[in-house]
Design a binder for this molecule. Structure first.
Ligand code: 5GP
Length: 186
């Protein structure tokens, strides 16, 4: 499904929001163009996704992060937002920052984050007050895809919780593209 306008994105997001509310905290949530929404609830398969990624030390990173997971402690992204450490910024506005992932999993791999975390260590912490910024993050993901020339096929991933291999506790959307994606993801 090609997403062509911010209003459509926001409409879609309200659907996503409703779906997300019913999803366990430890889940992976995927949005891809070419398909409406796919949500993988916590199952054995989400564990195997984690195991596959362990080859890249992400499971280890997630487990290491577990000790501070969801405490609200500052993360590396605060330093990136403050420009205290460098990042390759693709898009920035008042509310959102998008920069290349330091460990890309696809030719295009950009992280889209809210500049103000406001409790959003994970998507599972989303409250009604976050609806606007969540829509802005999705809209920014589309802008990133457009800028990177992957609008015809890209994937947006949110790793939510330790068992989904989340390693940085500041909500972020992974925008991935530039290669053929597989389904189910691995
Ligand atoms: P998560 O595993 O929490 O879903 O994703 C966190 C992402 O942040 C990982 O893909 C990781 O490569 C990326 N990351 C961690 N530290 C840095 C950093 O200092 N700079 C950048 N650009 N990306 C980072």
């Amino acid at each position: 499904m090609a997403v062509t306008s911010s209003s459509m994105l926001l409409r879609n997001f309200s659907t996503v929001g409703r779906v997300a509310q019913s999803v366990r905290v430890t889940s992976k949530i995927f949005f891809s163009t070419g398909e409406l929404i796919r949500v993988l609830p916590y199952t054995r398969s989400s564990r195997s996704i984690c195991s596959t990624r362990a080859a890249h030390n992400e499971e280890a990173a997630a487990k290491a992060a577990a000790s501070v997971a969801d405490t609200g402690a500052p993360t590396i992204f605060d330093k990136i937002i403050a420009k205290e450490i460098p990042s390759d910024i693709i898009y920035e506005d008042e509310n959102v920052l998008a920069f290349r992932d330091i460990n890309p999993q696809a030719p295009v791999h950009v992280l889209v984050i809210p500049k103000l975390r406001d409790g959003l260590t994970t998507l599972g912490k989303a409250e009604p007050r976050h609806v606007e910024v969540l829509g802005q993050l999705l809209h920014a993901s589309k802008i990133v895809a457009e800028k990177e020339g992957i609008l015809d096929g890209f994937r947006v991933v949110i790793n939510n919780g330790v068992e989904a291999c989340q390693s940085v506790y500041h909500l972020h959307l992974h925008v991935l593209g530039g290669r053929q994606m597989k389904w189910p993801p691995g």
